[in-house]
Write a protein that binds this ligand. Structure first.
Ligand code: NOJ
Length: 756
């Protein structure tokens, strides 16, 4: 038996309410003046009519504000509208309690940054924090003081469209991104000025593990997997001081998260010590009737009892809690606790002192979509792109000759933004054609043809281009569109094929079972390759796609995700070599859909495939495809090449209270300066429970001039070696560990040490 160092037990308890004096006195005093109905009103959040993210709608909002039946509104845009709603609350309701205004500010406000999966691919935490800071500046200038972000759900199934909204498959990276975003939105959590907004960590918990990648589907997972592989990003965000958390739609252990007391109270409140409030997702309470755990009154009482403080859109709290109280099913104490937390959030924001604090029309006019914000967004977008292939140095392109830009994604504004760009002006972003013209200058001729629609099936295209993100379907036949493209291609020296997914083809309710580039676009690509001209595939996507054919046949592939409002110029910057690409994948790209879920930090199994083989009978493998991904986690090329020395360790042994230094020298062997993400992985070679074949435990993004070398060091501390054991104790177990360092999760150099 191994020795175990027990350092943290999951279940311990702490007082729930804040003890801050001025705040506490104010809020308790207010609570004492409130009727039960007014308290319940503070738990009811309504949807504004500007953009809706669910089927149910909120009605008679003004009337309910007057009656003290609404605590806040989300997804209404514009400081004038917000001011008017706030006026009704503070002038016409009995207690004049200000409203809280939320919005899905997910990857920027009007200045839109890359989709979160792209943002994470920068591996640049300062840049990610800065993007959240700018989002906060712009949103708060327009009246918003609460955002439903960061989305930190670990996702290993690219069929799930919402993989676009998070940081991919790794909890260590996901936790770092979550913390950077919370900091970017909230700053130091004091809200003394009016340019910080409250974060809401979502979707707690495990929403990314829905079966078969189908949105809102069942989740079923062992607790050991939960804590070792999925929970850390939520916890990290709470530890960073996130002021609120959103419950997820899915069930956990057979109970919808919204009514799951173990999740909300035992873990979130009592173990992680969340101080802020918990809100449901859109109609999350009412949906529990469809989950089949009771009628609206029952599920509303269960949600409150589980620890939910605020009901988004269901009006289950509003319409049933008073009755449940009368029937003794819930206590006034429970309502008081939830109401207290909501009022504290409003107090912290400073809304009781000045309800119009975020309604400065001057700021709204001058601080949104500024040249400065846009130029930062352009830089960050370029940093998020991942160069997947670049045979014979097709890239970068020269700023001369004729370039044919072809494909359904070449001439679109709204589809360059990405899912959840709800507050953006869809008409503002430059198209790719415009971006390339701007960057390539007057010595280059750019010609354009659409070449194909998004998909052969018009109905599928309609479903994939909703909420204003149209691609203006062309009624010509596939052949006519192709002929136009080929005649444009004939004139060109190089072809840029702008293909992939439209913005709304990923995100909420956008699951797919086939992850190829859609049919007609693939036909177009094949025809373009047949011209014999060099083809660069500029891939737009919100998720890993299956690109096995493309990897074999297309000389260069630049994955640009959906890069936000400044993506077009940023793509030009990278294609023409003004910026050297350095993004690295944060989610594995499989070879085919049948391999899913495919992730780098998997377990070894009892029958792993021997090194160097792709199939062996009675081993854990497939008959028709090997186990390897097409592009592994952490992968991405550059216009230069980086070489890694062997890894050195400061010692081959480590004590339980000691630490080690691992170091490596990275040399830029090419002709250009570039950035490299140096990644540290660790494998625990033997544990009391099975351990993954490797886990990311550190990373550093370094910029290295051509021909130069840099030594990178990582501290290996006991904290990096701990995990949750069978009893869910967070432990450090002695034994052998492999330290692996490299430029992606596959190509690493390894060294071993022993922990005593
Ligand atoms: C539903 C989504 O799941 C969630 O992410 C979003 O914040 C809410 N709708 C509000 O729009």
């Amino acid at each position: 038996m191994k020795k175990t160092f027990l350092s943290l037990l999951l279940l311990c308890s702490l007082p729930v309410l804040s003890q801050d004096n001025g705040q506490d006195t104010f809020v308790q005093n207010l609570l004492s003046q409130m009727t039960l109905e007014e308290k319940i009103g503070q738990l009811n959040l309504s949807a504004g009519e500007d953009f809706s993210t669910g089927q149910a709608q909120s009605t008679n909002i003004a009337g309910k504000i007057k009656n003290g039946q609404i605590t806040g509104i989300f997804n209404i845009k514009g400081v004038d509208k917000i001011r008017e709603m706030q006026r009704i609350a503070v002038e016409e309701s009995r207690l004049k309690i200000p409203l809280i205004f939320g919005m899905d500010v997910i990857h920027g406000y009007e200045t839109v940054f890359p989709i979160p999966l792209g943002l994470a691919s920068t591996w640049n935490m300062e840049a990610i924090e800065q993007s959240a800071r700018i989002a906060a500046l712009e949103a708060s200038a327009d009246g918003i003081h609460w955002t439903f972000s960061p989305m930190v759900d670990i996702a290993r199934d690219p069929r799930w469209g919402r993989i676009a909204e998070g940081s991919g498959e790794d909890p260590f990276l996901g936790g770092a991104v979550a913390q950077a975003m919370v900091k970017g939105y909230q700053g130091d959590n004091t809200y003394t000025g009016n340019d910080r907004i409250m974060a809401c960590v979502k979707h707690y918990a495990l929403y990314g593990a829905s079966e078969a990648g189908r949105d809102y589907n069942t989740v079923d997972m062992s607790r050991i997997r939960m804590f070792n592989e999925y929970m850390y990003p939520y916890q990290a965000a709470v530890e960073a001081g996130a002021e609120s958390v959103m419950a997820s739609f899915n069930e956990v252990d057979g109970v919808p998260a919204t009514a799951n007391k173990w999740l909300m109270t035992d873990i979130l409140r009592n173990t992680w010590h969340l101080k802020g409030f918990i809100v449901t997702d859109y109609t999350g309470i009412e949906e529990m009737t469809a989950h089949g755990i009771g009628d609206l009154q029952t599920v509303s009482a269960r949600a409150l009892d589980a620890g939910i403080d605020m009901d988004m859109v269901s009006e289950g709290f509003l319409s049933t809690l008073a009755q449940s109280f009368k029937e003794g099913k819930i206590t006034e104490e429970q309502i008081n606790t939830a109401c207290y937390r909501v009022l504290v959030a409003k107090y912290k924001l400073g809304l009781f002192t000045d309800p119009y604090k975020f309604c400065d029309t001057q700021r709204a006019k001058t601080q949104i979509y500024t040249p400065e914000h846009r130029s930062i967004a352009r830089k960050i977008a370029a940093e998020s792109f991942v160069l997947l292939k670049n045979a014979d140095d097709v890239l970068p392109l020269k700023k001369q000759g004729t370039i044919a830009v072809i494909g359904p994604m070449a001439n679109t504004r709204s589809n360059i933004l990405g899912a959840w760009s709800v507050s953006a002006d869809l008409s503002k972003p430059a198209t790719l054609v415009e971006g390339l013209k701007e960057v390539s200058g007057k010595n280059t001729r750019i010609v354009y043809a659409k070449g194909s629609n998004l998909t052969e099936d018009a109905e599928y295209e309609k479903r994939s281009t909703g909420t204003g993100h149209t691609l203006y379907r062309d009624n010509q036949t596939n052949e006519q569109l192709l002929n136009e493209a080929l005649s444009a291609a004939q004139k060109a020296d190089v072809i840029v094929a702008a293909l992939g997914e439209a913005s709304e083809m990923s995100g909420e309710s956008s699951s797919r079972t086939d992850l190829n580039i859609p049919d007609v676009q693939q036909d177009l690509l094949k025809a373009l390759l047949k011209t014999g001209k060099p083809v660069v595939l500029v891939l737009f996507t919100g998720r890993p796609l299956t690109l096995t054919w493309e990897q074999e046949n297309v000389p260069a592939i630049l994955n640009v995700w959906h890069g936000g409002s400044e993506a077009a110029g940023a793509i030009g910057d990278v294609l023409f070599g003004d910026v050297n690409p350095g993004g690295k994948l944060v989610a594995t790209f499989p070879k085919n859909v049948g391999q899913i879920p495919l992730y780098y930090n998997h377990k070894n199994t009892g029958r792993p495939l021997p090194e160097g083989k792709w199939f062996e009978k009675y081993r854990s493998n497939y008959l028709d495809v090997d186990n390897e991904p097409l592009y592994p986690f952490g992968y991405g090329l550059s216009y230069t090449q980086f070489e890694y020395s062997d890894v050195k360790l400061s010692s081959s042994t480590m004590e339980a209270n000691g630490n080690l230094t691992a170091s490596v020298t990275v040399t830029n062997k090419g002709q250009r300066a570039g950035a490299e993400v140096v990644q540290l992985y660790i494998r625990d070679r033997e544990g009391s429970v099975t351990r993954p074949v490797k886990e990311l435990k550190g990373f550093e993004k370094v910029f290295i001039e051509a021909g130069q070398s840099k030594e990178i060091t990582f501290q290996i501390t006991p904290g990096l070696l701990k995990f949750y054991n069978y009893h869910l104790e967070y432990v450090l177990e002695p034994g052998e560990f492999d330290v692996m360092i490299g430029g992606n999760s596959r190509d690493v150099k390894t060294i071993r040490f022993t922990l005593h």
